[in-house]
Design a protein around this ligand. Structure first.
Ligand SMILES: Cc1cc2nc3c(=O)[nH]c(=O)nc-3n(C[C@H](O)[C@H](O)[C@H](O)COP(=O)(O)OP(=O)(O)OC[C@H]3O[C@@H](n4cnc5c(N)ncnc54)[C@H](O)[C@@H]3O)c2cc1C
Length: 393
């Protein structure tokens, strides 16, 4: 059965950017419809079992007491720290993050959305078509468990993580050459860990690097991180997944089990550990990026550039997970931040379309900074607000 829906602003993608965009649009007075093909909010952040929100704070000392951006960034910070009194601004090398529990993030996003009367949320809904008329997206086709949906939005915010909807409408997007695409991720939650001296953060990558060098594990196993969990004996293994896609989900899962088996055999601290949860899918750092009215560059990021239409602030470094070398950071000067202009969110080829989150208009390297969750949230809020104001104008 084909069902018809109308809205002022359609937001596609229920990741952190999509939730931000939907709330931003609804608060700016638009009848807002948020659709996403997953079963709940959070996207990569929940599927990847993230433990820390990056991109929320400035760097440098003294430690910040509040996020760089106002609005939802501040609200989420307040909500998460109220839900979990043990969390707060936490130094991680030269930068600061906010540790969080997945359940708290999901509950917070749901509560914030439920408080918006102008917002309707539909999970399990995949956008499969987008048609243009006179330079604007006029019709969007979607599917859910009950059949087809025909949506007529006045404005669109693409928060799909890879410009999926604007591409369906015919807009071109930028992709990174295959060799430069960053490693994707797969996480495992384990229990029964005996890490009395808190050394597994160092021991796990060390032993996996040895095993990779000796050919006992795949090369990318050496980029695995170990992160302690919330309760005694709990920990997370964050594995890297190369970008070649054929049979990747099954291979990543197989690699994850091999890595855990190797660690159980090698490290006494992990001998009695067991797997309790695995990421439901491989999560991507990098997809396609829209072509906007401006493309943010690595020079803008590292030079802490400000813009007349600067909309979102970030101080997160360029965080590259390369296929050959693993993790590398390039930092802004301490205490500095850059701005992301509104023009990076406006899809150049489509009059009524904006983008937010992982798919804004940025170069491969600039994106390695802007994709942090805290930044994606504020980008979403800004894009949603802009789309709503455009509809009202
Ligand atoms: C391995 C890994 C580790 C990371 N670690 C951290 C970290 O520790 N801290 C941090 O701050 N950031 C981290 N990041 C980065 C951060 O998580 C992401 O960049 C950010 O969450 C992206 O949010 P988003 O909303 O833009 O995209 P996504 O979370 O990808 O959301 C996009 C949503 O759109 C949906 N969608 C796509 N196409 C369609 C369609 N056609 N119809 C309907 N829905 C659609 C997707 O299913 C998804 O739900 C990490 C990323 C990875 C991959």
């Amino acid at each position: 059965m084909l069902r018809a829906l109308e809205c002022d602003v359609l937001v596609v993608g229920t990741g952190i950017a999509g939730v931000g965009a939907a709330i931003g649009a609804a608060r700016a007075g638009a009848r807002t419809l948020l659709v996403g093909d997953e079963g709940g909010p959070g996207g990569v952040a929940t599927a990847g079992m993230h433990r820390s929100m990056c991109g929320l704070f400035r760097s440098g000392s003294p430690a910040p007491t509040r996020p760089l951006n106002d609005g939802l960034a501040q609200e989420l910070f307040d909500d998460l720290t109220a839900r979990d009194r043990s969390t707060g601004v936490t130094a991680l090398g030269r930068v600061y993050v906010l540790p969080f529990k997945t359940a708290d993030l999901v509950a917070t996003l749901q509560a914030r959305m439920a408080a918006e009367p102008a917002l309707e949320v539909r999970y399990g809904t995949r956008v499969v078509a987008a048609e243009m008329a006179e330079g604007r997206v006029e019709h969007v086709g979607a599917r859910d468990a009950h059949g087809e949906l025909s949506i007529r939005p006045r404005a669109l915010v693409d928060c799909s993580g890879d410009g999926a909807v604007v591409r369906l409408a015919g807009a071109t997007c930028a992709s990174t050459p295959a060799g430069d695409i960053q490693l994707a991720g797969q996480s495992m939650r384990i229990v029964g860990v005996a890490d009395a001296d808190d050394m597994l953060r160092l021991k796990v990558p060390y032993h996996l690097a040895e095993a990779s060098r000796e050919g006992r594990l795949p090369l990318h196993a050496r980029f695995t991180q170990y992160i302690p969990g919330d309760s005694p004996g709990e920990g997370y293994l964050k594995l890297s997944v190369p970008p070649d896609r054929t049979g990747r989900e099954a291979r990543a899962r197989e690699d994850a089990h091999r890595v855990l088996r190797y660690l159980q055999e090698t490290l006494p601290e992990l001998r009695s550990s067991r797997l309790v949860e695995c990421s439901p899918r491989v999560v991507e750092r990098e997809g396609q990026r829209v072509e906007g009215d401006y493309t943010l560059t690595e020079d803008d990021v590292l030079g802490a550039r400000k813009f007349p239409d600067g909309a979102v602030k970030s101080a997160w470094p360029i965080e590259i997970w390369s296929q050959e070398g693993g993790l590398r950071f390039e930092y802004l000067p301490d205490g500095e931040h850059y701005e992301i202009p509104l023009r990076c969110l406006k899809v150049a080829a489509i009059g009524n379309a904006w983008a937010a989150g992982r798919c804004i208009s940025a170069t491969h390297l600039a994106h390695a900074s802007t994709r942090a969750m805290g930044t994606c949230l504020s980008l979403g809020e800004t894009a949603g607000g802009e789309a709503a104001r455009w509809v009202r104008s």
